[in-house]
Ligand binder design. Structure first.
Ligand code: PEP
Length: 249
């Protein structure tokens, strides 16, 4: 049975004290045991948030890691450093990083390899911009994003990855993909994974939906057979809303 995962992406929000307070609230409110809950916090917060979490269902993620193992890369945070904080996951390939920080498939391949080498589980994001959706070429675009990156991994390494489908036009906009749009893409991605790695691996791969998923629409989105959870931005900053999303299964 593939894992159900609800991961929060706090982005560049909260001070350390605010983040620890939010993590404590989530820690205390979450009762679900069949859902893997992940808090994607800023780098500066991870160590303190890890210390705060006692709830066995909850792990912590970084939102990025460096494309180099170590060395003269001022301001970068390596996968080994992330691992040493107690984080278990790392969000990679988020569209904001692709767009604002020029993250290409080549850079992302290095990040994924370093994350895996350091025992971190990548939550690997993919998704199309609005013009691509309007042209009807979204499936081929997103599958190509995977072909250039995580489909180059060995089957053993691919099995360790979580995929997050995030249509860019739905991120932070309040416009959610319809349940049908999400299901269609997730099914297309699972079929592509089956073609590349075989049906057993495809059936075991968790594919999350992200893009204005909130306490009101999560239940409907998560009811789709190929949607295995969510990557949640804005709504992960309120513990009660985030918990409603977790309880939406
Ligand atoms: C995200 O940035 O990963 C995201 C899904 O954001 P939001 O939920 O705010 O659309």
């Amino acid at each position: 049975m593939r894992k159900k995962v609800v991961a929060g992406n706090w982005k560049c929000n909260t001070t350390v004290a605010e983040g620890v307070a939010l993590a404590k609230e989530v820690n205390d409110i979450v009762t679900a045991t069949d859902v893997v809950v992940v808090l994607g916090t800023p780098f500066t917060h991870i160590t303190e948030v890890v210390k705060t979490i006692t709830n066995k269902s909850i792990s912590v993620a970084a939102q990025n890691c460096a494309a180099e193992a170590k060395g003269a890369f001022t301001g970068e945070v390596s996968a080994a450093m992330v691992q040493s904080t107690g984080a278990k996951y790392v969000i990679l390939g988020h569209s904001e990083r692709r767009e604002y920080y020029g993250e290409t498939s080549e850079i992302l391949n290095k990040k994924v390899a370093l994350a895996l080498a350091n025992g971190l589980t990548p939550i690997y994001c993919c998704g199309e911009a609005l013009p691509i959706r309007e042209s009807g070429k979204q499936n081929e675009f997103v599958i190509n994003q995977l072909q250039e990156t995580v489909f180059t991994l060995s089957p053993e390494d691919f099995k360790k990855i979580i995929i997050a489908y995030e249509p860019i036009w739905a991120i932070g906009t309040g416009v959610t993909a319809t349940t049908q749009q999400a299901q269609d893409m997730h099914k297309a991605l699972r079929d592509a994974i089956a073609t590349k790695f075989g049906n057993d691996i495809a059936q075991e791969t968790s594919i999350l939906y992200g893009g204005s998923c909130n306490a009101s629409n999560a239940k409907e989105l998560f009811a789709s057979p190929d949607v295995d959870g969510g990557l949640i931005g804005g709504a992960s900053l309120k513990a009660a809303d985030f918990n409603t999303i977790i309880m939406s299964y």
